[in-house]
Design a binder for this molecule. Sequence first.
Ligand code: CA
Length: 164
Amino acid sequence: MNRILITEDNSRISSFLETGLQASGYTTLVIETAKEAIELAHGDDFDLLILDLGLPDQDGLNVLATVRGQGETLPIIVLTARDGLDDTVQGLEGGADDYITKPFQFEELLARVRCSFAIVLSPAPSKKRDCTAADSRWICSLVRCGWTIAKSSYLPVSFCWWKC
Ligand code: CA
């Protein structure tokens, strides 16, 4: 459970991501196009997709729509320069599990990657509550898995702690 597909057409950023994630124990594959992302997101080859939105062939939002439209539940973290609130909401509502804006700190990205894997690996929740309409899909996932959520001042970024 540590294979990460990186869709990023900026080689400097993808190289930075790949180096850091591999040093943290993850297996990575870098691709540059939406077409490849859509093809590779299916099946069991990867456990997480890191997705840029500004891709050369299609908008990354199309990747989200296509992959989710086909019922794929692979966790997806959007990593993009689009930092408007509307962009973030559009990404999360479009099926992203998390949304990170560039420029980013690798440590934060790594923490969010670990959160994504923790959600997938976590056992049945013992302390769950119902999600409210205000909760994002990502936060709902955490809550269902028994995490405590503390929203930061800059929504929708949240921090999470494992309670068990
Ligand atoms: Ca790009």
